[in-house]
Write a protein that binds this ligand. Structure first.
Ligand code: 13P
Ligand code: SF4
Length: 379
């Protein structure tokens, strides 16, 4: 099989972009029927409904990692999500034991649009993290620091954690992972999302006076004093999600005032001021479960990506669901995956020349897998 990238050729998507949705849907389903269970289409909860309709399984980042790790019969994975998720699926679906069982055959993991990245993941580059590690090593003993990367990060950062006794976390297991880390070290270096790190550590009783924020664009110690780093428990990377930072405490106040009894349900990527005011905070999987398990008539204002909130509204007309922000907070990169990209990537896969195959290089794979497997073993 030859592998080509999206940039090769002249506008390979153009013919697909002009097709009607019904045509694209029929063609996508034809490829799915042809492959049967040899093909696994995974979809993150933030995907648009018309894409979700063609996914075999959907989940939050942790559930999707597990699905990729446990995939047995499939010969190809198409990942409707963002780049770091497809990388993680590649790492887990092509683990050495799995490859050996398949006589060395890889399961290609396809991301329908290469431009589907994550702005938060892009806020921490491996050279910046390595430079920070070296710098902080001037004032604290890094052999006592456990690096923890949020799964929303490049594979090279996961590999950094694997090499330095660290681990990966998702929004659904961050507390358990931090406990794992504190059983092994005195401090944690948490990247790239300062909010998930801070919100989780606060719930564990760690104060902000022990959580310096490392700004990679500051020349001296990430903008911190020596004393602050020496007194630290969790060193937070100065990164955030551009979608979740739009939710503000005044939105919570407004809903509470206008809708007495309303419950606030948010993702822990929201800033501390919002997270502290919420009734429930959790991963996209937890948000869905919380709504599913609530009695009819429950009133919610939900602070997470728009497509998921709109889907919850449709699926739960028996509850009153509002979007927490007055402005549109949607993940523009998740939204890049559309029917045209999905159909184009599936038909190329069927025709034996998969496009947009995400393959992590071997040295990075080796170490990133160690950090991921540590996470999957945490209960
Ligand atoms: P979940 O792990 O909760 O699905 O979140 C992924 C994500 O990117 C949230 O912005
Ligand atoms: Fe990244 Fe935020 Fe989009 Fe999640 S919602 S994929 S963190 S940019």
């Amino acid at each position: 099989m030859s592998v080509v990238t999206q940039s090769e050729g002249l506008h390979p998507l153009k013919p697909y972009k002009s097709l009607e949705n019904e045509v694209l849907q029929a063609r996508i389903e034809a490829v799915r029927r042809e492959f049967g269970d040899r093909l696994l289409i995974l979809g993150h909860h933030y995907q648009q409904d018309e894409v979700i309709a063609h996914c075999d399984l959907r989940g939050d980042s942790y559930q999707l990692s597990q699905m990729a790790a446990e995939s047995e019969s499939c010969e190809a994975i198409v990942f409707c999500g963002v780049h770091f998720m497809a990388e993680t699926a590649d790492l887990l679906a092509n683990r050495p034991d799995k490859m050996a069982a398949r006589n060395g055959v890889r399961v290609p993991v396809v991301l329908p649009d290469m431009a589907a990245g994550c702005s938060m993941a892009d806020m921490a580059a491996i050279n910046q993290v390595e430079a920070a590690w070296e710098d902080m090593g001037e004032v604290i003993d890094t052999s006592e620091v456990i690096p923890v990367t949020y799964i929303n990060s490049a594979a090279s950062l996961k590999a950094f954690c694997g090499r330095h006794g660290g681990i990966v976390c998702t929004s659904s297991n961050a507390a358990a992972v931090l406990e794992w880390a504190f059983e092994r070290g005195r401090r944690v270096f948490f990247f790239p999302d300062q909010h998930l790190g801070r919100n989780t550590a606060l719930k564990m009783g760690i104060g902000v006076d022990q959580m310096p924020v490392w700004d990679p664009y500051q020349l001296e110690l990430g903008g911190n004093t020596e004393a602050f780093l020496q007194n630290s428990k969790v060193i937070l990377w100065k990164g955030h999600c551009s979608v979740h930072q739009m939710f503000r405490p005044e939105h919570v106040a407004q809903f509470r005032q206008q809708h007495p009894g309303i419950k606030i349900l948010v993702h822990p990527e929201c800033p501390r001021e919002v997270n502290d005011l919420a009734d429930v905070s959790g991963s996209t999987g937890k948000i869905i479960k919380t709504v599913e398990e609530s009695p009819p008539g429950t009133k919610w204002a939900i602070g997470t990506e728009l497509h998921l909130v709109n889907r919850l509204k449709q699926e739960h007309p028996e509850q009153e669901i509002h979007f927490l922000s007055p402005v549109v907070c949607m993940c523009a990169t998740m939204y890049r995956i559309d029917l045209a990209h999905l159909c184009w990537s599936l038909e190329n896969l069927r025709d034996g020349h998969p496009v947009n195959v995400i393959e992590v290089e071997p040295e990075v794979t080796k170490w990133a897998l160690i950090a991921l497997e540590r996470m999957l073993a945490v209960r």
